[in-house]
Design a protein around this ligand. Structure first.
Ligand code: SF4
Ligand code: SF4
Length: 482
C-alpha cells in the first residue's frame, strides 16, 4: 500500500487514499471536540499585521474537522470567519468571466457529461477560426474581458495546435473598445511539452477538475478513453507547473462521490502543490452535477443540499485563504448570493455552455454541456452584484504585469490588494459601464465607484485611479492598470 507523502510526484502518494480515510475518521471522532474546534477556528482567523492581514490557512485534517462539525454555534463561527477572510483578502470585488466552448468532440466516456463519446444524438460542433471570431466579438460586445476556453478531448478533432490557434485568434480580436485580456484554458490533461506551448501562447490559468479524488469511483465514472488514467489526470498539475504554468485551477464535481472525501482530497491536492512547487492553486472551482442532455443528476446518489454546499465553500475559504474560488451559472441566483459572501471571488455571467452559443439569439440546447440555472444577461448580473454591495471587476492586471504564481501570492500576503485590486476593479468597471451597460446599471455603477474610490488607502494610487476613471469616461482611452 502506498504511503502518504505530500512531496511525492506520484498520485497515489500525494493523494493518498489511506490518509484521506484516516482524515475522515479523525474528523468524525473530533467533530464534537469543542476545545479542538476552537483552536482550529482561532488558527483560521485573519491576523492583523503592520502591513495588512495574514491568514495561516488550515491543514486538511483541521479543515475536515470543521466540515464534520455540526455544533450550531461553531458552524456559525465558521461562516463568520469565512466572511472575514473574504473581506480581508478579496474585499467586495467579484471578478467576472465567461466560458467559451470551442468543440464538444470527445473520445472519453465520462458518465456525468453529455459530451461522452457514446452519446450519438448530441450535435457535435467544432468552431472554425471565423466562428471563434464571431463568438469572441459577441462576448466582447457584452463586456467580457476574461474567458475560460473549454474543449473535449479528441486528439484528431481538437489537437493542441487547434487550441493554440484559437488562443491566437482570441487575443488578436479588438472589436470597438473590446479585448479579451486573459484566456484561461480548461482542456484535458496533457504533456509537459504541450503545457509549455500553452504557456508560450500566453494563457492565464490552466484549469483541470479532478472530478472525483476517489480512485475506484473515478475509474468507474471514466470507463473509457485516455481520461480513465487516474494517475495521469491527477499528476497533470505537476506537469503543467513543470511546463512553466504558474497558475493552476483545481476542482471537483460535487455529487459524484462522498463530499467529505472530495473535500479532503481537494485540500490535500492544494497542499501537495504548495509543498512541491512553493505555490498552491490559483483557483478552486466547486461545480455540482447538473442535468444535461442524456445526464440525469439523480443517478448520482451523492448530491449535496444547498446548506452543505455553503458549508463546503466556507471551509475551503478557511483552509486556503489565498486561493480564488469560482462559482458558475450552474448555480441559481439564490445559491450564488450566499456563496459570494462566504468566499467566492469569481463568477461567470451570461454563460452559454454550448459550442457556438453566443452568436445564437436564443440559448441553444442541442450541444450544451450542462443546464444553466442562472440565465440572466451580463448587465443584469453586474447590476445585481452592485445592488448587493459587490464590485464587479473585469480586471486582468496581474497576469499581464507578470504577477503570477508566488508573485501573485505575495501581493495578497503583503496587503497590497486594496491598492491594486480595488482601483483596478473600479477602472475596469468604469470601462464596462461606459461601453456596455444599460442606463440604469450605469447610474448605479457610477455612484458606487464614487463611494469606493475613497477606500483606496494610498493617496497617490487614489488620485491616479480617479484621473484614469475620468479619462475612461471622457475619451476612448482604456486598459489602465496597477
Ligand atoms: Fe469529454 Fe470532458 Fe465531457 Fe469527459 S467531461 S466527456 S472529457 S468533455
Ligand atoms: Fe486579480 Fe490581480 Fe486584478 Fe487583483 S490586480 S483583481 S489579483 S488580476
Amino acid at each position: 500500500m502506498a504511503t502518504y507523502n505530500p512531496k511525492s510526484l506520484k498520485a497515489e502518494e500525494f493523494i493518498n487514499d489511506g490518509e484521506i480515510l484516516a482524515t475522515l475518521e479523525y474528523a468524525e471522532q473530533n467533530k464534537h471536540n469543542a476545545a479542538l474546534i476552537d483552536r482550529i477556528l482561532a488558527k483560521a482567523r485573519p491576523q492583523k499585521t503592520e502591513k495588512g492581514c495574514v491568514c495561516q490557512g488550515l491543514t486538511h485534517r483541521e479543515a475536515s474537522v470543521l466540515l464534520a462539525c455540526d455544533i450550531p454555534e461553531k458552524v456559525e463561527e465558521i461562516y463568520r470567519i469565512a466572511e472575514e477572510i473574504k473581506l480581508a483578502f478579496y474585499g467586495n470585488r467579484i471578478v467576472m468571466f465567461a466560458p467559451l466552448y470551442l468543440s464538444n468532440y470527445c473520445v472519453n466516456g465520462c458518465l456525468y457529461c453529455p459530451y461522452h463519446m457514446s452519446n450519438k444524438h448530441i450535435t457535435r460542433k467544432k468552431l472554425t477560426q471565423e466562428e471563434v471570431r464571431q463568438e469572441v466579438i459577441a462576448l466582447q460586445d457584452m463586456g467580457h474581458k476574461r474567458l475560460a476556453i473549454e474543449a473535449g478531448e479528441d486528439p484528431v478533432q481538437n489537437p493542441i495546435e487547434y487550441i493554440l490557434e484559437c488562443i491566437r485568434t482570441i487575443y488578436g480580436i479588438n472589436h470597438k473598445n473590446g479585448a479579451i485580456r486573459r484566456v484561461n484554458v480548461n482542456i484535458a490533461a496533457t504533456t509537459v511539452d504541450n503545457y509549455r506551448r500553452l504557456k508560450e501562447a500566453g494563457i492565464g490559468t490552466y484549469i483541470l477538475f479532478q472530478e472525483t479524488y476517489h480512485k475506484k469511483s473515478y475509474l468507474e465514472l471514466h470507463p473509457t478513453g485516455p481520461k480513465h488514467d487516474y494517475d495521469y489526470h491527477a499528476e497533470a498539475m505537476d506537469r503543467a507547473m513543470e511546463g512553466g504554468i504558474d497558475d493552476v485551477g483545481l476542482g471537483v464535481l460535487f455529487g459524484l462521490e462522498m463530499y467529505k472525501y472530495e473535500f479532503a482530497g481537494l485540500i490535500i491536492h492544494a497542499e501537495h502543490l504548495e509543498a512541491v512547487h512553493g505555490v498552491g492553486p490559483h483557483t478552486i472551482s466547486i461545480p455540482r452535477v447538473k442535468h444535461a442532455d442524456d445526464i440525469d443528476p439523480d443517478v448520482f446518489d451523492n448530491s449535496i443540499p444547498d446548506d452543505m454546499f455553503a458549508k463546503i465553500i466556507a471551509c475551503i475559504r478557511l483552509a486556503v485563504p489565498y486561493t480564488g474560488m469560482i462559482i458558475s451559472t450552474r448555480e441559481s441566483q439564490e445559491v450564488r448570493e450566499q456563496a459570494l459572501r462566504l468566499g467566492i471571488s469569481q463568477v461567470s455571467g451570461a454563460s452559454r455552455t454550448s459550442v457556438g452559443g453566443y452568436t445564437e439569439k436564443e440559448r441553444p440546447h442541442d450541444s450544451e454541456q450542462f443546464d444553466v440555472s442562472d440565465q440572466r444577461s451580463l448587465d443584469e448580473v453586474v447590476h445585481w452584484l452592485m445592488q448587493n454591495g459587490h464590485i464587479p471587476s473585469f480586471c486582468t492586471a496581474c497576469y499581464r504585469e507578470g504577477r503570477t504564481g508566488d508573485r501573485f501570492m505575495s501581493l495578497c500576503k503583503t496587503g497590497q490588494i486594496l491598492n491594486c485590486c480595488h482601483p483596478n476593479a473600479l477602472m475596469t468597471l468604469t470601462e464596462y459601464l461606459v461601453d456596455y451597460a444599460s442606463e440604469e446599471t450605469r447610474k448605479t455603477g457610477f455612484a458606487l465607484i464614487e463611494q469606493e474610490l475613497s477606500k483606496i488607502p494610498n493617496e497617490k494610487v487614489r488620485t491616479t485611479a480617479a484621473r484614469n476613471i475620468a479619462d475612461i469616461k471622457h475619451s476612448n482611452r482604456r486598459d489602465f492598470r496597477f
